[in-house]
Design a protein around this ligand. Structure first.
Ligand code: ADP
Length: 380
């Protein structure tokens, strides 16, 4: 039996080359080694984009399309949408009962992002609770390995602390304490030399056309000391070279570096080689995307199937958790044991029957409201 891996990505923008080379390629590799669950975490996207949720639907679609086009295989891994597996919300709520506020306020990205992101009010309960939702995402699958970058380690540590606290309070052996799977993944720089990110307006998107990609790379900064073609350069100072290191062959990387240092080639030539290589890497992905675009029901089916599989696994964990937290209804056997000492047995069984009916009616009413709320927040 393979060990379980869980990873998620927020649909808070279109996927770019950084997501592709830094995360997605690794996911494709892991699906052959582990039992992988890959989640489009759309509720997470709402924690910072709650005021403008409209584009999230498009981002989700783009993400799913690119997941499959990049090589995720629904026969090897489970691809699903967080908001379709309600157990994540239930566990998030339960874990929020036991998570001390101080733990959340100490998470480095909490303060960092609040200072960094000026155009959004992140002084919300949901944003503070982001790592609790992440803990729920992981613990509900009892996943053993979580692919992480160094910056994600504090979040994972918090998940481990929450798991330990849960087991201290409700019993051992219920949850699996996850471990970080530190994988070598390249940091892809953007057009301006900073980390490529949708938030910096410096990204090359997987959905960009070849013409746009060519234009973007042509406008990239290079070694500022190389003003004329005859000036020698230092490739290490050029973000174009940083991208060569990821998308070009080692032979070409060596050649470009040497030719830059001796001014044998200019920045325009160097960029032309990079353009050719980036397009070559993306060509197979685009081809698969074209095929998928012709049959949109395929993507829908993949997601539906993944949602079902994920919900089945999540529900298994929740059944145990509900019992551990004394939430789940008493089973027939438990009723019998209880009632063996009481003459009120008949009455109580009737009570449980009625209770079941009342619960079903209440759930139907609540579902009507949730349907409207999901539509309003663009989740459905
Ligand atoms: P963004 O910075 O554009 O908001 P996310 O934070 O949504 O990207 O990242 C999604 C995944 O892609 C994460 O696993 C992250 O580590 C990876 N990733 C994002 N940007 C880069 C990058 N420039 N280089 C390498 N990996 C990246």
């Amino acid at each position: 039996m393979k060990e379980r891996v869980l990873s998620g990505m927020q649909p808070s923008g279109y996927l770019h080359l950084g997501n592709f080379a830094g995360a997605l390629k690794n996911w494709v590799r892991l699906q052959d080694i582990y039992e992988c669950f890959y989640c489009i975490v759309d509720w997470h996207a709402l924690t910072s984009n709650y005021a403008a949720p409209a584009p999230i639907a498009d981002y989700k679609q783009d993400m799913l399309l690119n997941f499959i086009a990049a090589g995720l295989d629904p026969n090897k891994c489970t691809i699903f949408l967080q908001s379709e597996v309600k157990q994540h919300a239930e566990l998030h709520l339960l874990l929020s009962m036991i998570t001390p506020l101080g733990w959340l306020e100490r998470v480095p990205t909490y303060k960092e992002k609040q200072t960094e992101i000026k155009d959004k009010d992140l002084n919300t309960y949901g944003f503070l609770g982001y790592p609790v939702l992440q803990a729920a995402d992981i613990l509900v699958y009892r996943a053993r390995h979580i692919p992480v970058g160094v910056d994600q380690i504090p979040h994972l540590e918090l998940t481990r602390e929450i798991a330990r606290r849960f087991e201290f309070l409700y019993g051992q052996g219920i949850l699996v304490e996850p471990e970080g799977l530190l994988t070598e993944s390249p940091k892809v720089v953007g057009l301006d030399g900073r980390k490529m990110s949708k938030s910096y307006d410096n990204a090359i998107y997987l959905s960009d056309t070849p013409e746009i990609i060519e234009k973007k790379i042509k406008t990239m900064m290079t070694d500022p000391a190389r003003k004329r073609k005859t000036d020698t350069g230092d490739p290490e100072l050029s973000p174009v070279f940083a991208l060569h290191k990821i998308f070009s062959s080692s032979e070409e990387i060596g050649r470009v570096a040497a030719a830059c240092k001796t001014a044998e080639i200019g920045c325009i030539d160097c960029k032309a080689i990079l353009i050719k290589n980036v397009l070559k890497v993306l060509q197979p992905l685009w081809k698969r995307r074209e095929g998928l675009a012709k049959s949109p029901s395929v993507l829908k089916d993949i997601l539906n199937e993944g949602n079902k599989r994920a919900a089945t696994e999540a529900e298994k964990t929740m059944e145990i958790i509900r019992k551990a937290m004394k939430l789940s209804k008493i089973t027939k056997a438990e009723i019998d044991i209880n009632h063996a000492f009481m003459t009120l047995k008949e009455l109580l069984i009737k009570h449980y029957h009625d209770e079941g009916k009342v619960k079903a009616e209440a759930a139907a009413e609540a579902e009507k409201t949730m349907g409207i709320i999901r539509k309003a927040m663009k989740i459905s």
